[in-house]
Design a protein around this ligand. Structure first.
Ligand SMILES: Cc1ncc(COP(=O)(O)O)c(C=O)c1O
Length: 394
């Protein structure tokens, strides 16, 4: 499948999850949209795109047409979903709209993505509220290991729980619906960071029972970079505002996020092409392949490196995070050195980080990857750990 991407065939690319990689056909579609915009820029941007000015020749704006296709893919009602440039923006919108005052609390876990924790901390600071970070033990073995510590952290002043659907560094599929059920029973709303979910596993957002869900389409749903979604339950929409105040201010959920000043809309409008590809390539079969390869990668790497992989299969999606041998190092500097050596000398791109006293590799299993890619990484790290001079010396 590699031929469907522009990816350098001389590089073993095991890092799809970080910034995605856009298939050729979606990029071609995006370019065609850009060309169309440039033929009559004002007409496209002011009328076709958003219907901001009359467009009697169209029933629906281009952004809504694209949004409707994306909503259908995610099981959502079109009215409950908007485009955002990325999940960070979507989560910031929700966090910034929380009515926080002194004594209020927002709950996150210590497996959350760092920038999201920073955003939650910033809104708490602004409102005089407290950010409560729940420690999760690792390895996690079942839903209770996530749900119980979160429930214990809830108080009558908890204004929101922020939970990842798939965690960033640890690549764990989290029991979001279980967390939501417990929180709902206590009247606490739940915000989900679904950065890695659309396109990597089946997703029906309303069935999760959460209040807000933001996800990226540019990671696994083959959209151009700079394309994500924000979904909000109908009862949450009136109090939810775009961080950018513009012409849609107080005009309703969709309008607020559709009129956010001038930017290149081609990524949003090309998103349906990515979804069309997912369907053409048999989405179910792709999910099965990616998950199977990720699971196999865990076995191959942990065996080769003599390390323990202790995550249950149902918590693995299209990525897997495996510990490196202890002599690979333990610090951020060690991680940076090994990662650079792998990239420059072995031509392998993989997410590698220091966490809880050792190094870890997070491997993405996209449909253009195969077992040979995993074997190459397994050998390269094992070789470096035998030969300390080559980038694995503690
Ligand atoms: C769990 C999680 N949340 C948020 C993000 C941020 O994504 P973006 O930079 O597209 O907003 C990432 C990026 O990898 C992530 O893994």
């Amino acid at each position: 499948m590699l031929e469907h991407w522009l990816l350098d065939p001389d590089c073993t690319y095991l890092n799809h999850g970080t910034v995605g990689a856009t298939p050729r056909r979606v990029l071609q579609r995006q370019q065609a949209i850009r060309d169309e915009i440039e033929r009559q820029p004002s007409r496209f941007m002011l009328r076709e795109l958003s219907g901001h000015q009359p467009m009697p020749w169209r029933a629906e704006s281009r952004v809504r047409e694209a949004g409707d296709r994306v909503a259908a893919f995610l099981g959502a009602r079109p009215d409950d979903l908007v485009f955002v440039p990325n999940v960070t923006t979507g989560l910031n919108a929700v966090l910034g709209s929380l009515p926080l005052g002194p004594g209020d609390e927002v709950v996150v876990t210590d497996l959350a993505y760092g920038a999201v924790t920073l955003a939650a901390g910033a809104v708490c600071e602004r409102g005089g509220a407290t950010l409560r970070t729940v420690h999760l033990e690792y390895p996690i073995r079942d839903a209770g290991d996530v749900v119980e510590p979160i429930v214990q952290a809830l108080t009558p002043r908890t204004k929101a729980v922020v939970i990842d659907h798939v965690t960033a560094q640890t690549a764990l599929v989290m029991p979001v619906a279980d967390v939501a059920a417990e929180c709902r029973a206590r009247g606490v709303p739940v915000l989900v960071d679904g950065a890695h979910v659309p396109g990597s596993r089946p997703l029906d957002i309303p069935s999760l029972g959460v209040d807000w869900y933001s996800g990226n389409l540019h990671k696994w749903a083959h959209a151009p970079r700079g394309c994500g979604i924000l979904w909000a339950a109908p009862e949450r929409q009136p109090a939810l505002h775009s961080p950018i105040v513009s012409w849609g201010h107080n005009q309703g959920f969709r309008a607020e996020f559709e009129h956010t000043a001038t930017s290149d809309p081609s990524g949003y409008l090309a998103a349906p092409e990515g979804i069309a590809l997912l369907h053409e390539w048999n989405f179910e079969a792709c999910v099965t392949y990616m998950h199977g390869l990720a699971w196999e990668a865990a076995a191959i790497l942990s065996e080769h490196w003599g390390t323990a992989f202790e995550i249950p299969r149902h918590m693995v999606g299209a990525m897997v995070t495996v510990p490196l041998p202890q002599n690979a190092g333990a610090t951020d500097a060690d991680a940076a050195r090994v990662r650079l050596a792998l990239l420059v000398e072995d031509r392998i791109e993989v997410q590698l980080h220091a966490w809880r006293g050792r190094l870890w590799a997070r491997v993405s299993a996209q449909i253009y990857n195969d077992r040979e890619d995993i074997a190459r990484l397994a050998d390269a790290v094992a070789r470096r750990c035998r030969d300390g001079s080559k980038g694995c010396q503690p």
